[in-house]
Design a binder for this molecule. Structure first.
Ligand code: PBE
Length: 266
């Protein structure tokens, strides 16, 4: 009812994703920093967006852990809550990281991974297809067909290989399902046999650092994966941004009457 506080309306709950992600770690920091009396429910990207979809349809209040690029910002009218204390950092980039041995042992893959670079709009296109229910491989093939000239630049003059195995670590977030699927298909075009392993964030970094996986294209830096970068930077090679202008935070539907994380404090 109208005399409930915003905290009561929200049931003192923030709808989170998988524990172990950077956005969940930053949410814990935000709760501490802003002195919030909220519980963070952990689930998954899919479960969070499904809860968001049903509350949005009823114009009910909800706070979610959020990041962009993500189709939820296209499908729903959402706003990031202001974060004056920068619990979620500022704008960041998504980097490609490889095990140092890749440069010599898989020079063709190394070259393609080094060239891989796309935009929020590109990733948004693939995410839109995933949202419609297209599977990851089909979505990647669709984007590649539409962007033949871009992909041709990534593979131009790169020596093809003959079925060499290549392992990409990744995670089951829409952003990474999109980028990883595209990279997988481009590497397959030049002859690699690529497998994808979806892991927790820290395990994804560790797999590449230990050489259990060759690469991942999911390094959110400098903020979201600061802890993982700190632990593993000496054992991976950072090939720089593959997408610029990413961001994490807490988001609410724009029909909600709050603008800042501070508004969640009693
Ligand atoms: N994310 C998507 C992940 C990484 C990629 C922002 C949800 C995270 O660590 O928070």
């Amino acid at each position: 009812t109208s005399n409930q506080t915003i905290q009561e309306q929200l049931d003192y709950e923030i709808i989170g994703i998988d524990a172990g992600t950077g956005v969940m770690a930053s949410t814990d920091v935000a709760i501490e920093t802003y002195d919030l009396d909220f519980n963070v429910l952990s689930s998954s990207d899919a479960a969070m967006t499904s809860e968001l979809g049903s509350r949005y349809a009823e114009e009910e209040p909800i706070v979610v852990t959020a990041w962009t690029p993500h189709w939820k910002f296209i499908e729903y009218d959402l706003k990031f809550l202001d974060d004056p204390e920068l619990a979620f950092g500022e704008s960041e980039d998504i980097h490609t990281v490889v095990h140092p041995s890749v440069e010599e042992e898989h020079p063709s893959a190394f070259e393609v991974l080094d060239r891989f670079y796309w935009t929020e709009e590109d990733m948004g296109y693939v995410q839109g297809l995933l949202y419609e229910g297209t599977d990851d491989d089909e979505a990647a093939i669709d984007w590649i067909a539409d962007n033949r000239d871009v992909v041709d630049e990534w593979i131009e003059d790169v020596e093809p290989v003959d079925g060499d195995e290549f392992l990409l670590a990744s995670g089951a977030w829409d952003s990474e399902r999109s980028s990883t699927a595209v990279v997988k298909h481009v590497l397959e075009e030049i002859g690699y046999e690529v497998s994808v392993n979806n892991l927790e964030v820290t395990i994804m970094w560790q797999a590449v650092a230990q050489g259990d996986a060759h690469a991942h294209v999911a390094a959110w830096l400098p903020h979201t994966h600061a802890a993982q970068y700190e632990s593993f930077q000496d054992d991976v090679l950072d090939l720089g941004p593959n997408l610029e202008g990413a961001r994490i935070g807490l988001a609410v539907p724009s029909y909600m009457d709050i603008d800042s994380i501070e508004d969640l404090r009693e």
